[in-house]
Design a protein around this ligand. Sequence first.
Ligand SMILES: [Zn+2]
Ligand SMILES: [Zn+2]
Length: 256
Amino acid sequence: MMEWYRICAIDEKTFALCEPLHPEDPHSYLVLGEERAALIDTGLGVFSMKEEIRKLTELPVTVLTTHAHWDHVGSHREFEHIAVHPLELGLISGENPMTEEQLMARLFEDGWQAPAGFDASCYRFYDGGADMSIEEGGVIDLGGRILKVLHTPGHSPGSCSFYEEERRYLFCGDLLYDGALYAHLAGSDPLVYRDSMDRIARMDIERLLPGHNSLDKTGALARQAAAAFDELYEKGLLKKGSGTFSFGGFSIKLSR
Ligand SMILES: [Zn+2]
Ligand SMILES: [Zn+2]
């Protein structure tokens, strides 16, 4: 059978689940503690993520949502415990403004061919809500591993990052990766995005574990991105509609 997920071991208790057969290639992360596991985002939901997780652990799983965009909540429906920031809750509780046509257009973007075994007629945006709220300063104790919640808005209002101090890992969703950073979306706020970037640029990050693209970035990328946001701000360009600006390994997208 075709392998939909590509599993990358970040270390023996931390795994990235990538979906390279789709142009979005979102990354979800399984973080194993001694008593519980955290699953940070659930990808596209094209194929079961739960089955994949069960090959890696039998621990009870809590899903931590970096943000509620379609490419990060696809397999939420398979899990019992879902945590999300209050500002993203509406999006996964039936208030998503995306129409079914728009969702299908995103899924089939760039001429993507659905693999055998995937039935697009059953594909829906998750609307089952959450049973846990995560907010700034929250602590998720997995037993022997602690994740701290940082509210890092900008890409979306309730975007959160999760920091593991002991390993110096930052799971940052779509806040930062090497690629086009989306600050132009309806829910985006470029000025707030700058504040969040400035915040993570001052942190000690050995591994930046983002929602897309390269898995081998560090805090250095956060410092570059923070400087780029500052540069645009100083030039009066850090506002929606001003364009897309390239900075070597990444760009900041402020226009469609
Ligand atoms: Zn996003
Ligand atoms: Zn994304």
